[in-house]
Design a protein around this ligand. Structure first.
Ligand code: NAP
Length: 423
């Protein structure tokens, strides 16, 4: 029976679902050994460093990832960076197929004046910081102001706004990085404005996330009833299901009783940001309204959450922030899945069917299997995190969280992670 060797680069949801698809497609005729290469000492990608810590249910998909990782023929090679520790050329030469699953981690820019002032940051920095991503451990955030503005009307903007507007004690029972809990506890921010350039009927939030907002116990959530009524009017008699569900969830939010809490999350619609102004730091944001008028909102912090682009990897063609591909095919024995393939859209589960489609193409392209290989001999670092090492890290983090009622306390620095892994 031919056994093929597939390297998957990136241990996030798309990478795991690609591995799962290959495992599911094994038969008496074909089998796979799967080597998953990840530049961090920890796997799970956005499930560890993207999903908001106050939404732990979404993280339960990690159980699926661990099952995939324990299936015969699967190996994890963490703390191995493509380009420096092993090259793409070597992987392509030695493996029957290479799958890029490296996501898109760079925040898009608005490209307006004042965007680079201190106090203007991207969700692409804020989110991994509060989630304890090693590369963002030293990110400095100043929450010494009353009002923050989050630009964008997607689920990332919503996560970011919630994290800023929650009563910090609500984070005590989450796996939010300890350094972030400390900073958020001292935050002076009491009002967070989520700003959308289009109307409520065009917002990219999904309705489960909207329906969660009224459940916030210590935060006022404000949507102007007139904004929602106008959007329902504009959406007409038969809006698409998602739009209808969103507008219904927004209508309920707009009818919430106001003013009980010290912290407020407020939505503004139909406001396009045109300039960030301030003396050496952000002090106000200038918007143009749908009526063409200027609206100025005072704020000491602005977080843009307007989408992501993929960080280019040498040797792979990119276009518009994505890997250039046709249905996931990039070139000779090279494939791409997930956000690196289709851009930063869809929920975690979207990657399942997407990766399965690409793996079917990959299998259709296979030729004679290449000779057996020994990946460790091709890797230049000796600090490789195996599945066993990762399980030690995982167990240590969970054990550290237990006495504090937290699902885990994340180790943040690479050194600590390697130490917990026994390296
Ligand atoms: P997104 O859903 O694409 O939303 C991006 C938002 O940024 C849109 O409202 C967009 O408005 C706005 N935007 C883009 N360019 C802009 C500009 N130049 N000026 C002003 N606004 C601009 O992206 P995301 O929030 O980064 O989320 C990425 C994916 O992850 C989404 O599929 C999301 O659902 C998913 N996600 C899911 C969850 C969850 O399930 N809980 C949590 C987080 C993320 P326009 O529509 O006007 O372009």
């Amino acid at each position: 029976m031919p056994q093929y060797k597939v390297a998957i680069v990136g241990a996030g949801p798309a990478g795991y679902f690609a591995a799962q698809a290959l495992q599911n497609l094994q038969s008496d005729q074909i089998s796979f050994t799967i080597d998953m290469i990840e530049r961090l000492p920890t796997p799970w990608g956005l499930v560890r460093s993207g999903v908001a810590p106050d939404h732990p249910k979404i993280k339960t998909v990690s159980k699926v990832f661990e099952k995939i990782a324990k299936t015969e023929g699967f190996s994890l090679y963490g703390n191995v960076e493509l380009g420096s520790d092993v090259t793409l050329d070597v992987l392509k030469e030695k493996y029957d197929a290479v799958v890029i699953a490296t996501g898109s981690a760079t925040g898009k820019k608005l490209g307006i004046s004042g965007e680079d002032l201190p106090g203007s940051i991207s969700a692409a920095d804020f989110v991994p910081w509060y989630n304890g991503h090693p590369d963002f451990a030293n990110f400095k955030l100043n929450l010494d102001c009353d009002t923050a503005i989050v630009i964008g009307a997607g689920n990332v903007a919503m996560d970011v706004a919630r994290m800023l507007a929650l009563e910090p004690a609500e984070l005590d029972e989450t796996d939010t990085a300890l350094h972030a809990i400390e900073v958020l506890r001292n935050s002076k921010i009491r009002k967070v404005v989520i700003s959308a350039r289009r109307g409520p009927e065009h917002a990219a939030f999904t309705s489960p996330e909207l329906r969660d907002l009224p459940k916030l116990e210590h935060t006022n959530v404000f949507m102007n009833p007139a904004d929602i009524a106008a959007a329902i009017e504009r959406a007409g008699e038969e809006p698409e299901k998602e739009v209808r569900n969103n507008l219904e969830a927004m209508r309920l939010i707009s009818e919430l009783e106001q003013g009980k809490h010290a912290r407020t999350m407020e939505f503004q619609f139909l406001c396009t940001p045109t300039e960030f102004r301030g003396n050496g730091k952000v002090e106000e944001v200038v918007f143009t309204t749908s009526a063409g008028e200027e609206k100025v909102v005072k704020a000491g912090l602005v977080i843009t959450a307007i989408g992501y682009e993929a960080e280019p990897i040498a040797g792979i063609p990119y276009e518009k922030g994505k890997v250039l591909n046709t249905d996931g095919r990039v070139g000779e024995n090279l494939y791409v899945v997930g956000w690196a393939k289709r851009g930063p859209s869809g929920v975690i589960g979207t990657n399942k069917s997407d990766a399965a489609d690409v793996m079917n193409l990959l299998i259709a392209d296979l030729k004679e299997p290449k000779p057996a290989l020994d990946l460790p001999s091709l890797i230049t670092t000796n600090k490789v995190i195996s599945q066993g090492h990762w399980e030690s890290i995982n167990a240590a983090e969970i054990a550290a969280g237990e006495p504090h009622g937290k699902p885990r306390i994340k180790a943040v620095s690479r050194e600590d992670l390697l130490r917990l892994g026994g390296l």
